[in-house]
Write a protein that binds this ligand. Structure first.
Ligand SMILES: [Zn+2]
Length: 122
């Protein structure tokens, strides 16, 4: 059984490998991303809830999101996030935008482009 750290590495390696994608043209993230999330042993209802949470519901002072592909971590003060995106913004959308603003994975191909946020349990 691989450790969560090894799983993370395998997922990152799989993400770097080019391959056919089943992503719908209008899907914000490829199907492989959701598969990797669902296969993640840490995936749970708590993680799903964390993604759906609105900024106004988050009690923490600092929000942190990391990318499964380029392994960056972006931090933002909750107050700043509210100012930029509004208190009703959903955390998963904000997280995606934060990563996309600085993402290094720009291939120009829709199915490979962009960051894959790795949501942690709060
Ligand atoms: Zn990235």
């Amino acid at each position: 059984m691989p450790t969560p750290k090894q799983m993370e590495k395998l997922a990152a390696e799989a993400a770097r490998r080019p391959g056919p994608s089943a992503a719908a043209p209008d899907a914000p993230l490829p199907a492989e991303y959701w598969e990797s999330v669902l296969k993640d042993p840490r995936a749970s209802a708590t993680v799903a809830q964390a993604r759906q949470r609105r900024l106004s519901d988050i009690q923490r002072h600092v929000l942190r999101i990391s990318c499964r592909r380029c392994e960056r971590t972006v931090e933002i003060q909750t107050a700043d996030a509210v100012r930029l995106y509004g208190a009703n913004a959903v955390w998963k959308d904000v997280a995606q935008r934060l990563l996309d603003n600085t993402c290094q994975q720009r291939t120009g191909r829709h199915e490979e482009d962009g960051c894959w946020p790795a949501f942690e349990t709060p």
